[in-house]
Design a protein around this ligand. Structure first.
Ligand SMILES: [Fe+2]
Length: 270
Protein backbone atom coordinates (compact mmCIF):
# COMPACT_ATOMS: atom_id res chain seq x y z
CA UNK A 1 0.00 0.00 0.00
CA UNK A 2 1.30 3.44 -0.89
CA UNK A 3 0.04 6.58 0.78
CA UNK A 4 0.51 9.84 -1.16
CA UNK A 5 -0.57 13.42 -0.56
CA UNK A 6 -1.04 15.56 -3.67
CA UNK A 7 -0.93 19.31 -3.17
CA UNK A 8 -1.21 21.79 -6.02
CA UNK A 9 -1.52 25.35 -7.23
CA UNK A 10 -0.03 27.15 -4.24
CA UNK A 11 0.04 30.49 -6.10
CA UNK A 12 2.50 32.13 -3.72
CA UNK A 13 2.25 35.87 -4.37
CA UNK A 14 -1.50 36.08 -5.01
CA UNK A 15 -4.30 35.11 -2.63
CA UNK A 16 -1.86 32.73 -0.89
CA UNK A 17 -2.81 31.79 2.67
CA UNK A 18 -0.19 31.06 5.34
CA UNK A 19 -2.97 29.57 7.45
CA UNK A 20 -3.83 26.95 4.81
CA UNK A 21 -0.13 26.22 4.30
CA UNK A 22 0.40 25.60 8.01
CA UNK A 23 -2.67 23.36 8.05
CA UNK A 24 -1.17 21.24 5.28
CA UNK A 25 2.16 20.91 7.08
CA UNK A 26 0.28 19.84 10.19
CA UNK A 27 -1.74 17.28 8.17
CA UNK A 28 1.39 15.83 6.50
CA UNK A 29 3.22 15.50 9.82
CA UNK A 30 0.24 13.77 11.38
CA UNK A 31 -0.44 11.34 8.52
CA UNK A 32 3.14 10.39 7.52
CA UNK A 33 2.55 9.87 3.78
CA UNK A 34 5.10 7.86 1.79
CA UNK A 35 5.43 10.85 -0.55
CA UNK A 36 4.13 14.35 -1.18
CA UNK A 37 3.68 15.53 -4.77
CA UNK A 38 3.28 19.21 -5.65
CA UNK A 39 1.76 19.50 -9.12
CA UNK A 40 2.75 23.01 -10.12
CA UNK A 41 1.84 26.70 -9.89
CA UNK A 42 4.04 27.16 -6.87
CA UNK A 43 4.37 30.89 -7.43
CA UNK A 44 1.94 33.19 -9.17
CA UNK A 45 4.07 35.23 -11.55
CA UNK A 46 7.31 33.27 -12.00
CA UNK A 47 9.34 36.20 -10.65
CA UNK A 48 12.72 35.92 -8.92
CA UNK A 49 11.44 37.48 -5.68
CA UNK A 50 8.46 35.12 -5.45
CA UNK A 51 10.66 32.06 -5.88
CA UNK A 52 13.18 33.40 -3.39
CA UNK A 53 10.49 34.09 -0.77
CA UNK A 54 8.99 30.65 -1.29
CA UNK A 55 12.20 28.84 -0.25
CA UNK A 56 11.30 28.64 3.49
CA UNK A 57 7.92 27.10 2.55
CA UNK A 58 9.67 24.59 0.30
CA UNK A 59 12.03 23.70 3.14
CA UNK A 60 9.07 23.07 5.47
CA UNK A 61 7.47 20.75 2.90
CA UNK A 62 10.70 18.80 2.43
CA UNK A 63 11.17 18.55 6.17
CA UNK A 64 7.60 17.25 6.63
CA UNK A 65 8.04 14.71 3.81
CA UNK A 66 11.59 13.87 2.66
CA UNK A 67 10.05 12.00 -0.29
CA UNK A 68 8.92 15.09 -2.14
CA UNK A 69 8.39 15.58 -5.87
CA UNK A 70 7.61 18.92 -7.47
CA UNK A 71 6.98 19.93 -11.08
CA UNK A 72 6.28 23.36 -12.58
CA UNK A 73 2.95 24.79 -13.75
CA UNK A 74 2.13 27.51 -16.24
CA UNK A 75 2.27 30.24 -13.57
CA UNK A 76 5.80 29.15 -12.61
CA UNK A 77 6.75 29.68 -16.27
CA UNK A 78 5.36 33.22 -16.46
CA UNK A 79 7.97 35.89 -17.19
CA UNK A 80 10.35 33.09 -18.24
CA UNK A 81 10.30 31.90 -14.63
CA UNK A 82 11.36 28.32 -15.41
CA UNK A 83 14.98 29.43 -15.06
CA UNK A 84 14.21 30.41 -11.45
CA UNK A 85 12.30 27.16 -10.90
CA UNK A 86 15.52 25.34 -11.81
CA UNK A 87 17.59 27.65 -9.60
CA UNK A 88 15.43 27.57 -6.47
CA UNK A 89 13.20 24.48 -6.69
CA UNK A 90 14.79 21.74 -8.78
CA UNK A 91 14.80 20.15 -12.24
CA UNK A 92 11.75 20.61 -14.47
CA UNK A 93 11.17 16.88 -14.54
CA UNK A 94 12.10 14.21 -12.05
CA UNK A 95 11.10 10.82 -10.71
CA UNK A 96 10.64 9.34 -7.28
CA UNK A 97 11.05 5.62 -6.74
CA UNK A 98 9.78 4.10 -3.51
CA UNK A 99 11.19 0.59 -3.77
CA UNK A 100 9.82 -0.56 -0.43
CA UNK A 101 6.37 0.63 -1.54
CA UNK A 102 6.65 -0.89 -5.03
CA UNK A 103 5.96 2.56 -6.47
CA UNK A 104 7.33 4.91 -9.12
CA UNK A 105 6.16 8.51 -9.60
CA UNK A 106 7.30 10.21 -12.81
CA UNK A 107 6.92 14.00 -12.87
CA UNK A 108 7.06 15.96 -16.12
CA UNK A 109 7.01 19.61 -17.12
CA UNK A 110 3.97 20.52 -19.22
CA UNK A 111 4.56 24.27 -18.83
CA UNK A 112 6.03 26.44 -21.59
CA UNK A 113 7.69 29.83 -21.24
CA UNK A 114 5.15 32.61 -20.96
CA UNK A 115 2.09 30.78 -22.32
CA UNK A 116 -0.77 29.13 -20.44
CA UNK A 117 -1.08 26.21 -22.84
CA UNK A 118 0.55 22.92 -21.89
CA UNK A 119 2.48 20.35 -23.88
CA UNK A 120 4.48 17.26 -22.94
CA UNK A 121 6.44 17.11 -26.20
CA UNK A 122 8.03 14.14 -27.97
CA UNK A 123 11.25 14.26 -25.97
CA UNK A 124 9.45 13.97 -22.63
CA UNK A 125 6.98 11.37 -23.93
CA UNK A 126 10.02 9.31 -24.91
CA UNK A 127 11.56 9.90 -21.47
CA UNK A 128 8.36 8.86 -19.64
CA UNK A 129 8.13 5.70 -21.74
CA UNK A 130 11.73 4.78 -20.92
CA UNK A 131 11.11 5.16 -17.18
CA UNK A 132 8.32 2.57 -17.32
CA UNK A 133 9.97 0.28 -19.90
CA UNK A 134 12.85 -0.40 -17.56
CA UNK A 135 10.80 -0.50 -14.37
CA UNK A 136 9.20 -3.46 -12.63
CA UNK A 137 7.56 -1.45 -9.83
CA UNK A 138 3.85 -2.16 -9.64
CA UNK A 139 2.29 1.18 -8.64
CA UNK A 140 2.81 3.53 -11.57
CA UNK A 141 2.05 7.22 -11.31
CA UNK A 142 2.59 10.19 -13.64
CA UNK A 143 2.43 13.77 -12.31
CA UNK A 144 2.00 16.86 -14.45
CA UNK A 145 0.33 20.25 -14.20
CA UNK A 146 -2.05 20.62 -17.18
CA UNK A 147 -5.19 18.62 -17.87
CA UNK A 148 -5.00 15.42 -19.90
CA UNK A 149 -8.79 15.49 -20.29
CA UNK A 150 -11.01 18.59 -20.13
CA UNK A 151 -12.83 19.10 -16.82
CA UNK A 152 -16.38 20.52 -16.87
CA UNK A 153 -17.01 23.86 -15.19
CA UNK A 154 -13.31 24.61 -14.88
CA UNK A 155 -13.10 27.59 -17.21
CA UNK A 156 -12.31 27.23 -20.89
CA UNK A 157 -8.92 28.80 -21.38
CA UNK A 158 -6.26 26.48 -22.79
CA UNK A 159 -6.48 23.92 -20.02
CA UNK A 160 -5.84 20.71 -21.93
CA UNK A 161 -2.47 19.53 -23.21
CA UNK A 162 -1.80 20.06 -26.90
CA UNK A 163 -0.63 16.44 -27.04
CA UNK A 164 -3.18 14.99 -24.58
CA UNK A 165 -3.88 12.06 -26.94
CA UNK A 166 -0.26 10.95 -26.88
CA UNK A 167 -0.17 11.02 -23.07
CA UNK A 168 -3.45 9.09 -22.76
CA UNK A 169 -2.16 6.48 -25.24
CA UNK A 170 0.99 6.13 -23.17
CA UNK A 171 -1.02 5.55 -19.98
CA UNK A 172 -2.84 2.63 -21.61
CA UNK A 173 0.32 1.18 -23.15
CA UNK A 174 2.22 1.15 -19.86
CA UNK A 175 -0.79 0.43 -17.62
CA UNK A 176 -0.35 3.55 -15.54
CA UNK A 177 -2.46 3.45 -12.35
CA UNK A 178 -2.75 7.14 -11.76
CA UNK A 179 -2.18 10.47 -13.52
CA UNK A 180 -2.26 13.40 -11.10
CA UNK A 181 -2.81 16.96 -12.30
CA UNK A 182 -3.65 20.45 -11.06
CA UNK A 183 -4.08 23.62 -13.16
CA UNK A 184 -7.72 24.76 -13.02
CA UNK A 185 -8.29 24.25 -9.30
CA UNK A 186 -11.04 21.68 -9.65
CA UNK A 187 -11.00 18.33 -7.82
CA UNK A 188 -12.22 15.79 -10.39
CA UNK A 189 -11.55 12.33 -11.79
CA UNK A 190 -11.93 10.18 -14.89
CA UNK A 191 -11.13 6.54 -15.49
CA UNK A 192 -9.88 5.04 -18.75
CA UNK A 193 -8.95 1.37 -18.64
CA UNK A 194 -6.39 0.80 -15.89
CA UNK A 195 -5.76 4.52 -15.41
CA UNK A 196 -7.42 7.01 -13.09
CA UNK A 197 -6.95 10.66 -14.08
CA UNK A 198 -7.10 12.71 -10.88
CA UNK A 199 -7.29 16.50 -10.56
CA UNK A 200 -6.45 18.54 -7.46
CA UNK A 201 -7.89 21.84 -6.27
CA UNK A 202 -5.79 24.82 -5.23
CA UNK A 203 -4.28 23.89 -1.89
CA UNK A 204 -3.06 27.16 -0.39
CA UNK A 205 -4.85 29.93 -2.28
CA UNK A 206 -8.31 31.40 -2.39
CA UNK A 207 -8.37 31.11 -6.19
CA UNK A 208 -11.32 28.74 -6.15
CA UNK A 209 -14.13 28.42 -8.64
CA UNK A 210 -17.80 28.82 -7.70
CA UNK A 211 -18.40 27.27 -4.28
CA UNK A 212 -15.25 25.12 -4.13
CA UNK A 213 -12.94 25.18 -1.12
CA UNK A 214 -9.14 25.11 -1.21
CA UNK A 215 -8.19 21.45 -0.99
CA UNK A 216 -5.66 18.69 -1.55
CA UNK A 217 -5.86 14.98 -2.31
CA UNK A 218 -4.94 12.15 0.02
CA UNK A 219 -4.36 9.07 -2.12
CA UNK A 220 -4.10 5.43 -1.06
CA UNK A 221 -3.16 3.00 -3.81
CA UNK A 222 -2.83 -0.74 -3.44
CA UNK A 223 -2.64 -3.25 -6.29
CA UNK A 224 -4.91 -1.18 -8.57
CA UNK A 225 -7.39 -0.41 -5.79
CA UNK A 226 -7.57 3.28 -5.03
CA UNK A 227 -9.06 5.59 -2.44
CA UNK A 228 -8.88 9.36 -2.74
CA UNK A 229 -9.98 11.69 0.02
CA UNK A 230 -10.34 15.34 -0.89
CA UNK A 231 -9.21 17.26 2.19
CA UNK A 232 -10.41 20.80 2.84
CA UNK A 233 -7.37 23.06 3.43
CA UNK A 234 -9.34 25.35 5.74
CA UNK A 235 -10.57 22.83 8.31
CA UNK A 236 -8.72 19.63 7.26
CA UNK A 237 -12.01 17.73 6.94
CA UNK A 238 -11.78 14.87 4.42
CA UNK A 239 -14.52 13.82 2.02
CA UNK A 240 -14.39 10.81 -0.26
CA UNK A 241 -13.73 11.80 -3.87
CA UNK A 242 -13.09 8.44 -5.44
CA UNK A 243 -13.01 4.77 -4.62
CA UNK A 244 -11.81 2.07 -7.00
CA UNK A 245 -12.12 -1.54 -5.95
CA UNK A 246 -11.58 -4.62 -8.11
CA UNK A 247 -11.78 -2.51 -11.27
CA UNK A 248 -15.03 -0.69 -10.40
CA UNK A 249 -14.86 3.01 -9.63
CA UNK A 250 -17.18 5.12 -7.55
CA UNK A 251 -16.57 8.83 -8.09
CA UNK A 252 -18.28 11.13 -5.62
CA UNK A 253 -18.61 14.44 -7.39
CA UNK A 254 -18.28 17.27 -4.87
CA UNK A 255 -20.14 19.83 -6.99
CA UNK A 256 -22.62 20.33 -9.80
CA UNK A 257 -21.29 20.38 -13.36
CA UNK A 258 -22.19 23.06 -15.91
CA UNK A 259 -24.64 20.61 -17.49
CA UNK A 260 -26.43 20.05 -14.18
CA UNK A 261 -26.70 23.80 -13.67
CA UNK A 262 -28.15 24.19 -17.17
CA UNK A 263 -30.68 21.40 -16.64
CA UNK A 264 -31.86 23.07 -13.41
CA UNK A 265 -32.08 26.51 -14.99
CA UNK A 266 -35.40 28.22 -15.81
CA UNK A 267 -33.78 30.43 -18.42
CA UNK A 268 -33.86 27.72 -21.09
CA UNK A 269 -37.50 26.67 -20.65
CA UNK A 270 -39.58 26.77 -23.86
FE1 LIG B 1 -3.16 27.38 -10.89
Amino acid sequence: MVNIIQISDMHYGSEFSDEYFNNIIQYIKKNHPDAVVLSGDIVHKGRYGQYQNFIPYLEKLKEASPNFLVIPGNHDAKNNGLVFFEKFVGPRRSKLTLDNKNTIIVGVCSAKDDISQGEIGDEQLDWIGRQFLSCSLENRIIALHHHAIAVPYSGRKQATLVDAGELIELTQLFEIDLVIMGHKHIPHAYVIGPTTFLYCGTTTSNKVRADESPSFNHIILEKGDLEVQMVNSVNLLPSLLLERKEGRTRFVRPRRTRLEHLLKSDVWDD
